[in-house]
Design a binder for this molecule. Structure first.
Ligand SMILES: [Zn+2]
Length: 244
């Protein structure tokens, strides 16, 4: 598997699986590394690829945006290997602490990326997490975490989706509440959005934050994002495009 790993800006790195267009992030803090999502390998392959390229430091915490496998699967490895505490919304945590579904649909669904035309298949398959966590730290909207990250409950893509605003570095980790395509901010595909009205409200909230760097869960992060976010705000009254 090919991983891309690069600095988004000082103290912030992006870990990317090119084949799935998925992005997780690592933030360097004075007390160690904080992961925002943990990659899609339940063996921790994504997280290991990142840590191999970084100077050694403790892994403090994993902040999960939502339960989907391509974001959460590596969290169990980071907990077991480094003792990292896993933070997420209660609704996502409830799913992640349950026995993963073993049926064929669920197994196939985990292989389908959330970006690109194949995403249409995803809605037809029974999805479910691929790891089972023993515990999580529930996060509420508006909470300040680790003195640095403001949790923003942004339901729509999933019911307990969280975005995290890193106020130290000015980065919004948007998870799958938003998408970035090229230099433009877009919606996620309609078929992978559970609740469209909630998702629109969440996108409005994020677009209003006025952030400099937007770090989404797929494709590439966008620096100098202010103008693109403003343009995006005006598109939120339009009908939902099929692919976002
Ligand atoms: Zn997702």
């Amino acid at each position: 598997v090919a991983f891309e790993f690069f600095a988004v800006q000082e103290h912030v790195w992006c870990l990317r699986r090119a084949s799935y267009l998925t992005c997780s992030y690592v933030v360097g803090t004075p007390k160690g590394y904080v992961f925002i999502d943990a990659g899609m390998g339940s063996d921790g392959a994504d997280a290991r690829a990142a840590l191999d390229r970084l100077p050694p430091a403790p892994v403090r915490t994993v902040l999960l945006t939502h339960w989907h496998n391509d974001h959460s699967a590596g969290s169990l490895f980071l907990h077991e290997k480094y003792g990292a505490e896993i933070f997420c919304h209660e609704k996502e945590g409830a799913k992640l602490t349950r026995e993963p579904p073993r049926n064929l649909g669920a197994r196939l669904s985990r292989l389908v990326p959330e970006s690109g035309p194949l995403v249409l298949l995803k809605g037809l398959l029974n999805d479910g997490p691929s790891v089972r966590l023993s515990a999580f730290r529930p996060v509420r909207d508006g909470e300040l975490l680790l003195e640095q990250f403001v949790a923003l409950h942004t339901p729509g893509h999933t019911g307990g989706h969280l975005a995290y605003f890193d106020r130290m570095n000015g980065v919004l980790f948007a998870g799958d509440a938003l998408a970035v395509v090229g230099k433009r901010v877009r919606r996620m595909a309609k078929h992978v959005t559970e609740d469209h009205a909630d998702a629109l409200a969440s996108m409005r909230r994020l677009a209003n934050l006025g952030v400099d760097t937007l770090a989404p869960g797929h494709r590439y992060p966008l620096t100098g994002a202010r103008e693109a976010m403003e343009r995006f705000q005006h598109t939120l009254k339009d009908p939902w495009p099929l692919f976002g």
